[in-house]
Write a protein that binds this ligand. Structure first.
Ligand code: ZN
Length: 774
């Protein structure tokens, strides 16, 4: 379900190609050759590094764009929602392939609560009548758009309900939008709220509507965002046509993802389950996703004040806020709340000498409908890797550590397949897992690198050695060009500017931190296993059909990755990562990249406190001067904002001290690791095993058993999805979110809690460093 921002202005995209082309000779020799003068391959002695590169070349030679294309066509030929016959058939087909390629494979089944729509209707009942179509018709040239068997568009885990009520337009339905409505004197209590996609995770829109007293919620795709406002619509171009609907989960994943009835444990047949009424992640009010053709009559019917300028989208109307009872709708949603079986395909290639160190790789196989982009484009890249690894094994090679390849079911409704697997095998995974490498969708464009910063260097070395199929620089240099150009644009965020500054220095690119939105969540944030998320994306004219019936093979081969060259490139990046982690002499982790990154997060937190303080003082001055009232049109007054609380002293010094000490310790570790590397990593198997196990356990040291405030399932104290942003990451979340939500005592408390976790991590690292000194 990963959704990255795929829009980039055409001008930017063009200038990027030029830049990248200018750097055509800039493929990093460190990764492409075993040249002794180049930076050493992390975790390998020089002779082993040469053998590893040769192995990776044999792996690459077994990859096939044709296979990926054929598999994508077959796997996306019928609807693949959870519980559909074809989603299960795909799992069985993959099982047979893994076995044929020499993997020890099985299907692991869980029984989960997965609601499907029984009754859905939406009508405008005043001032005129309109019945929403809630239907995506076939389009010419898209073979599967006429294929039967799809579920109607719906939002999984919304409440059942039959409501008739007045309408309010609440923009993107985020917290600030409700503050703005209040200034206009509009209350959503007892109303159906219309929200548009964007601004934060989908599931927050009905959740916040419910918290503000609304009785129903609609979520529509505004044409400005991914329809004709973005470009030509399907089938002429790739963007969202007027009847296409973005389905999606509205489970309250910020509490915990996975099966709502079995938080923290695997949803096995005999698991102890919550009663439906006690499941905290299911909403109470009905919610429905709709197309821009369907929303138009409702939006046109709204009266009341004009919506603020930046709330207006691309519909051919004046956007009003509504709020009275002139416009009324009747919304009905009834779901079938039975449990369904889900099918995770798990394939194991046992390690030759270190079978108890697992390198995990995953992508999901369920889609909202056909799912050619999301998730199958990533899934076929994963399959290609498994095939190539099978060929290496048939040729006599064996991984030193164990490889575990997984194709998850039921990611779309809320990361169910991966979460239930991670929870069911939590104890064993905590002991054995070294890292988890995730992909989801994939397409033409730029390599997105996100994950645990201890993996930043090895991933950079790998990305520097894989060629971009269209510009022929390395995929890392192309990503670097993108970072630099985006950071130089006028509307760059501070985060982008910082990334551009780091990218301009040369060397390693900073990788992004992980929030949520795909299957790494349980591994990273619940179990504390170092994780990566990889994928190519970012060209213009791409995925305007996200989570609709038009996310199809025909769409993908026109607008996604026509020649599957980026599918093969993804297999290379992810596959090389798996092979390096599997075969390294010593695990290729570098903790100073983490401590440097944490140091930057801390600088940012200091700035955040100062900004909050300055903005609060300014707001108080404006209120005291009656300025908001005086700029408001007296004939259409807008109330001043609610006075923000004063910002008290926030003491981040425990964190400052912890990070300062950690940086000293990561430096000491790096020195000891480099010394061992220079000596060819000579150690007995038992010594090396002890070091590897201690290295693999480092990420776990960043978790706290009590987890984050009010969401104990999330145990990682450095990376978490935002409580009020959804997929987007919040780094040092205990402190950052407390500051953002003005819970000042909590900010002070979590500065201490997080510092304690960082101190514990440092102590763990210091013990590890002593192991490196023979
Ligand atoms: Zn997905």
């Amino acid at each position: 379900m990963t959704r990255r921002s795929t829009r980039l202005s055409l001008a930017l995209a063009c200038s990027m190609v030029t830049l990248a082309a200018g750097a055509a000779s800039d493929v990093d020799p460190a990764a492409g050759t075993a040249d002794a003068s180049a930076a050493p391959m992390l975790g390998f002695s020089p002779t082993r590094a040469a053998a590893q590169l040769a192995l990776e070349q044999r792996f690459d030679a077994a990859l096939s764009a044709t296979d990926q294309r054929d598999w994508l066509k077959q796997m996306s030929s019928a609807p693949n929602h959870v519980g559909s016959p074809h989603d299960k058939a795909n799992a069985e087909w993959m099982l047979a392939r893994f076995q044929e390629w020499g993997w020890d494979a099985r299907i692991e089944t869980f029984s989960v609560l997965y609601p499907t729509p029984k009754t859905e209707s939406l009508e405008l009942v005043a001032p005129s009548h309109y019945k929403a179509k809630l239907f995506e018709p076939p389009v010419p040239g898209d073979a599967t758009s006429a294929t039967p068997g799809a579920l109607p568009p719906y939002n999984a885990y919304g409440g059942d309900g039959d409501v008739t009520a007045g309408l309010v337009y609440a923009n993107q339905g985020m917290p600030d939008d409700y503050k703005e409505l209040a200034r206009h004197g509009i209350d959503v209590r007892g109303k159906i709220v219309i929200t548009r996609y964007g601004g934060g995770w989908r599931g927050l829109k009905p959740k916040l509507a419910q918290e503000h007293g609304a009785v129903g919620c609609l979520i529509y795709s505004d044409p400005r965002d991914d329809g004709y406002g973005a470009g030509d619509t399907y089938p002429n171009g790739g963007w969202r046509p007027q009847d296409a609907v973005q389905r999606g989960s509205v489970q309250d994943m910020q509490q915990y993802p996975g099966d709502p009835l079995t938080p923290g444990i695997g949803a096995t047949a005999d698991a102890k389950r919550l009663e439906l009424k006690d499941a905290k992640t299911i909403l109470k009010i009905p919610v429905m996703p709709i197309s821009y053709a369907d929303v138009l009559p409702f939006m046109r019917a709204l009266d009341g004040p004009m919506a603020p300028r930046d709330w207006r989208g691309g519909l051919p109307i004046a956007y009003h806020l509504g709020g009275g009872d002139a416009a009324k709708a009747h919304l009905v949603v009834q779901s079938d709340w039975q449990r369904k079986d889900i099918y995770d395909v798990i394939a194991v290639m046992p390690g030759s000498t270190e079978p108890d160190q697992w390198i995990l790789r995953g992508n999901h196989h369920d889609g909202w409908v056909f799912g050619a982009w999301d998730p199958l484009a990533g899934n076929v890249a994963l399959m290609d890797e498994a095939k190539a690894i099978g060929a290496l094994v048939k040729g006599g090679w064996r991984p030193k550590r164990t490889l575990v390849y997984a194709s998850w079911d039921a990611e779309e409704p809320g990361l169910l397949g991966s979460t239930e697997f991670a929870e069911a095998h939590a104890d064993e995974l905590r002991l054995k897992a070294v890292a988890y490498v995730n992909t989801d969708t994939n397409s033409r464009g730029f390599l997105d690198m996100e994950g645990s910063h201890s993996l930043q260097h090895v991933l950079n070395q790998i990305a520097a050695g894989v060629e971009d199929p269209q510009t022929h620089v390395s995929v890392r240099e192309r990503a670097r060009a993108k970072m630099r150009v985006e950071g130089a644009s006028d509307d760059a965020k501070p985060k982008d500017k910082e990334a551009a500054m780091l990218a301009a220095k040369g060397g390693d690119l900073p990788i992004g931190a992980l929030g949520s939105g795909s299957d790494y969540s349980a591994f990273l944030q619940h179990l504390g296993i170092a994780s990566l998320n990889l994928g190519f994306s970012g060209e213009e004219d791409q995925n305007g059909v996200y989570h609709s019936r038009y996310d199809s093979f025909d769409h993908y081969v026109r607008f996604g990755d026509p020649g599957f060259a980026y599918g093969v490139a993804l297999s290379k990046v992810a596959g090389h990562t798996m092979l390096r982690l599997a075969d390294a002499d010593a695990l290729p982790l570098r903790f100073s990249d983490f401590s440097d990154t944490l140091d930057r997060y801390l600088t940012d937190l200091h700035k955040k406190v100062e900004t909050a303080r300055k903005e609060t003082v300014q707001q108080h001055q404006l209120l005291d001067a009656n300025a908001y009232a005086l700029v408001s049109d007296p004939t259409r007054p807008i109330a001043p904002p609610v006075r923000d609380s004063d910002v008290p002293a926030i003491d981040l010094s425990p964190l400052d001290a912890a990070v300062k000490h950690l940086k000293q310790s990561t430096k000491a570790f790096d020195d000891a690791y480099a010394a061992r590397a220079a000596a060819g990593f000579r150690a007995t198997p038992a010594q090396q095993r002890e070091i590897d196990v201690a290295m693999a356990r480092m990420e776990h040291g960043l978790t706290d058993p009590d987890g984050l405030p009010e969401r104990g399932w999330y145990k990682h104290m450095i990376y978490a999805p935002g409580l009020l942003t959804g997929y987007d990451v919040k780094t040092v979340p205990g402190v950052r979110e407390a500051i953002e939500q003005r819970r000042w005592d909590e900010a002070n408390r979590y500065a201490i809690v997080t510092a304690r976790v960082v101190d514990g991590y440092r102590a763990q690292l210091d013990r590890l460093t002593t192991l490196l000194h023979p």
